[in-house]
Design a protein. Structure first.
Length: 92
């Protein structure tokens, strides 16, 4: 059984989501939804971009979301704190 993921955003991550989402025509709620979807359903990056886990997901409209997180596992849940969100056009 998979553990439940509890997702929380740092202030810096929310600021970056607003800034970078607006650049690509997304409102805050759409950016937050895609970020949560990326953390819940995407694969961890195999590349070492930072000392924290990086999740990435590609969306049909051509945007790539990279979510850098801090994780802490407990018996019944995984606590995920989103540090920053990177949004790019196309695949990398």
């Amino acid at each position: 059984m998979d553990k439940k993921r509890i997702i929380e955003f740092e202030v810096h991550a929310m600021h970056r989501m607003l800034q970078r989402g607006a650049k690509f025509g997304l409102d805050y709620f759409e950016t937050e939804f895609r970020t949560q979807q990326t953390v819940k359903q995407a694969i961890k990056s195999r590349r070492i971009l930072s000392k924290y886990p990086v999740y990435y997901q590609y969306f049909p409209d051509g945007l790539s979301f990279y979510v850098i997180c801090k994780e802490r596992a407990f018996e019944d849940a995984v606590y995920v704190r989103v540090i920053t969100v990177i949004i790019q056009r196309g695949r990398e």
